[in-house]
Design a protein around this ligand. Sequence first.
Ligand code: ZN
Length: 450
Amino acid sequence: MRILIAMELEVKIPEDRANVNEIFMAVQSAMADARSKAATKVIEGYEEQVIKTLCGAGGRKAKKGLGGHEKKGEAGKRCGYRTFRGAGRWSDERTLYGGDGLVVRFHPRTVQCVGCDKRFTPILDALELGERQGKSDELLLRVTQSVAETSYRRGSDQLEVFGEVPIPKSTAHRMVAEVDMPTSKSEEGTILGADGTGFKRQPGKKGEVRFVLEIKGNGTLHPIGVWAGTSWQQISKEVKQRQAGQASLFFSDGERALEKWMGALAQEQSRCHWHFSRDLSYSLWRDGVSKEERDDEKENARRLLAIELSAEDMEELSPKKRTELKGRIESAEAELADLERIFLEKGYDRAATYVGNAKDRLFGYLRTWMATGIACPRATSIIENLIRELVRRLKKIGWNWSDAGAARMGRIVMVRRYDQERWDEYWKRKMNLQGRCTASLIRCDYTLSA
Ligand SMILES: [Zn+2]
């Protein structure tokens, strides 16, 4: 169908003098109104055609998929009839909101099935709107985007959607709460990282939000998932289902449940070096070791772990260098085994156990790099920066989250920031964009009138 919209714009310059600022501002303000009015007329024209089609002769095919309805008085049963008569309009006004302050208000028309007498509103179906849905997915996209980027006006409870219509924060949150953003599948041979952090759950309770991410060969980060109130065991299970193949390395701060459950998803494990020195020092403290000796051991650990590689090494590993590197890893691991023994002899049981558990997991990143060529960091700071950012945003959004809500919001924030492809895909599917409508301005002239 083709719909022609005629508009008349009246511009008044009473004293025949106006400057460019005045003219631009007047036109822009009228256009904001014109957009909503034009959209309203398009929808009314569209509706008229839909009703005409439905009430005309012709069968199911001629009605182009329109007019499907539930049989009157028989819940869940579809009616086979496709012949209708007009049945008036809603007495209530229906309001639809789009982005950029677009508002459409109209009284939708109803039809009645000649077979079962059911009355319904065909324009809602034709517009792909739910029975009570007033906000378009287009508006939802803009609100979600703004919430994910926390572009709140400073000191205000209003969310500015493209600087036009302010939406109360609480309304925005309610809207975004229904967005369930899927995350990526995990590819084979990448590096997996995971971490968790506390967040303020409903008053008085503390929750923990956890996420899993993946570092790909080219160094890009990909969120794999965000959870809250879920055990690492369960998370591991879910991630495994989404893995295309085993990860080459799992990278963490050494938390036991993480290494146990998430570590099983990768060929190698690597423990953050920064956390290793810190946690070793803590174990020694619990063993009653003096500050001085603890500091010495910390320094020793740092030296032991320091197998530095230059950027050139990263580029190309010659067979000679490869052998040399292997030798250095082996001797460092042997030193760690010695350290474990010495601690045992001194009666530092906790520290000995700590070193014993960690000793095979400190150079996983180097072994992975040699095997796959994926450069992997020695410290988890890359993961920690990410979680800090997530928490900062959740805090700024400032909501008394439930576990489900925090996880969902966490996914929105992560996908928006790190997975543009997945973001676009989600909205394209949700908005069901198929290029079925185009509009162009075909005439714009002026006449002077007295
Ligand atoms: Zn019917």
